[in-house]
Design a protein around this ligand. Structure first.
Ligand code: SF4
Length: 535
């Protein structure tokens, strides 16, 4: 053993009492001990031992550099953005957000988690700077009319065939990503929508989007917009509010609802072609198939690596799981979607580390995992670190999330007809659309997925306003009993943390684990705590 390693070991031994994992194991504290009550404000950073604390801190600095780069690239638009948009202020919580996502992460799982997270940060910061620099509400910019704004649930890959135009997902900045970061931001927009007379029992994601539109808080770019019926009927309604308020010419990309039926492909494929024709007409440009193939190849590589990851997920030796997997895959697939080759670089590095960890029979989280769970149904956006909590508190690792099973097919880039069919198959299986809607078989597929990934548990997200999922409540309970899965309904209100708090969500798990399974928590400080004022 080298001298430096010996020295590090000695320091680690000396300081181990500051490590929350050690504290929880020895009954003298835990993850929650370092927080101010009710808040997400920590009194000090998590001590993870010398090497991991240093790595975590350097990742923090790297994210800080990406944010500084964002401000430096468009200082005035960023300043105006803070002034104009309430949601911009919530981005200040990003550091706390990342810290809490990876609490309890050590060694290989920590490295992979930060690599994935940096992929999101570098892409998102560039997006924020670009969008604000070209936002017509803030005075516009050189690319304002070269953007194609589209609903974020439409996978943007097919729009990459327009050379010289930039597809911009409309809801990602003011609604989706920001709700992941700050649980208090979307309730404001939901209230705006309801004060305009919107019923209070609709899906809060859709209500929040309607509220952002009514509050004139969407950046305005491009000459037209593409709305959609994806993933569900509630999305159709919010699309209508948005198109009326924003007032740009709109093409609604209405993909087949029963997307697993074979008739769906010709129908949805024609919708994509119609959308392409609409953009061509309004922008006076021609779709370039060779450019599309270039980006499709990028997506193909991402999907090929993803399928290899799945093989490792099936074993106890996957260094990638929980939120490090879920959030990355969701963003890579739905927002970057073949358009950013940096994600391929990350994927190549991560799969190499995963292969090695598998060979070494490395068990993440100190081998403390007790249950392997499949997370099914649309997840609560205001409690992004819920999978981190299930691992740290009860040793439940989230092996895979429903939304990570989005379109994973390859696109044939040698034949235009085949390419179109493959693209349609991929586009139809978008966020939530793949399994939360589209017929009973889609929802019920959870058992096959859970079995395939060797899970003993299913955590069923129960968005109390998701009409599709509510209808199947009792049937899912029955199936779980018959098939012998541990099964927990996690009630939540998707983007409105006032209705079902984070603690209410935790209690769903706490009750099952303590009353039904009679298990003891790994960390008693996080069984019940008040984080109602946290970002
Ligand atoms: S949670 Fe349900 S209701 Fe809301 S957008 Fe998703 S599928 Fe639609």
């Amino acid at each position: 053993m080298k001298f430096t390693d010996k020295l590090i070991d000695a320091v680690d031994k000396k300081l181990e009492r500051f490590d929350p994992l050690w504290q929880a194991e020895h009954g003298v504290g835990g993850q929650r001990s370092r927080y101010y009550d009710k808040t997400g404000v920590a009194k000090w950073r998590e001590w993870r031992g010398v090497k991991d604390t240093f790595y975590d801190y350097s990742a923090w600095l790297k994210n800080l550099a990406a944010m500084a780069g964002m401000v430096a690239s468009a200082p005035l638009p960023i300043l105006k953005g803070f002034w104009e948009y309430r949601w911009m202020g919530s981005y200040l919580g990003t550091f706390m957000f990342i810290d809490r996502l990876f609490e309890g992460y050590r060694g290989t799982e920590l490295r992979i988690a930060h690599m994935n997270m940096y992929g999101i940060v570098q892409n998102l910061t560039k997006k924020i700077a670009f969008i604000l620099a070209n936002d017509k509400r803030l005075g516009g910019g050189p690319d304002s009319d070269k953007c194609i704004p589209f609903d974020e649930t439409i996978p943007p890959l097919f729009l990459k065939g327009f050379k010289g135009l930039t597809p911009v997902p409309m809801q990602t900045l003011p609604e989706f990503i920001i709700c992941d970061i700050d649980q208090h931001i979307e309730p404001y927009y939901i209230d705006v929508a309801e004060s305009f007379g919107l019923a209070a029992d609709v899906c809060s994601r859709c209500a929040a989007e309607a509220g952002v539109a009514l509050d004139d808080a969407f950046p305005i770019l491009g000459k037209v917009m593409l709305s959609t019926n994806m993933p569900c009927n509630a999305s159709e309604a919010t699309s209508m509010f948005q198109r009326r308020r924003i007032g740009l010419p709109d093409f609604p990309v209405t993909m087949a609802m029963q997307h697993a039926e074979k008739e769906a492909i010709p129908y949805s494929r024609q919708e994509l072609l119609n959308a392409i024709a609409f953009v061509e007409e309004h922008y006076g440009v021609k779709y370039d198939w060779d450019t599309f193939y270039k980006y499709a190849e990028i997506m193909n590589e991402q999907n090929a690596i993803e399928l290899e990851k799945w093989e490792i997920f099936k074993t106890p030796y996957s260094a990638l799981s929980g939120i490090a997997e879920t959030l990355y895959k969701l963003y890579e697939w739905q927002s970057a979607n073949g358009a950013d080759p940096y994600f391929n670089k990350i994927d190549r590095k991560v799969i190499e580390i995963m292969r090695q960890a598998y060979e070494d029979k490395y068990q993440p989280f100190g081998g403390k995992t007790r249950h392997r769970a499949f997370l099914w149904g649309p997840s609560a956006v205001y409690y992004t670190d819920f999978p981190t909590w299930t691992q740290n508190c009860w040793g439940i690792t989230i092996v895979l999330n429903m939304d990570s099973t989005m379109g994973y097919n390859q696109i044939d880039t040698s034949d235009r007809e085949k390419a179109l069919d493959d693209l349609t198959a991929l586009e139809q299986r978008a966020t939530m659309r793949h399994h939360a809607v589209g017929g009973w078989d889609n929802v019920n597929a959870v058992w096959d997925w859970a079995k395939k990934f060797n899970c003993d548990m299913v955590l069923m997200n129960d968005n109390i306003a998701c009409k599709g999922m509510l209808g199947v409540h009792a049937m899912m309970e029955e199936q779980a009993r018959d098939l012998g899965f541990h099964f927990i309904f996690i009630e939540h209100d998707l983007e409105d943390s006032r209705t079902v708090s984070r603690q209410d969500m935790r209690n769903c798990v706490n009750n099952y684990m303590s009353v039904v399974l009679n298990e003891k928590p790994l960390d008693p400080t996080i069984v019940e705590f008040d984080d109602s004022q946290a970002y």
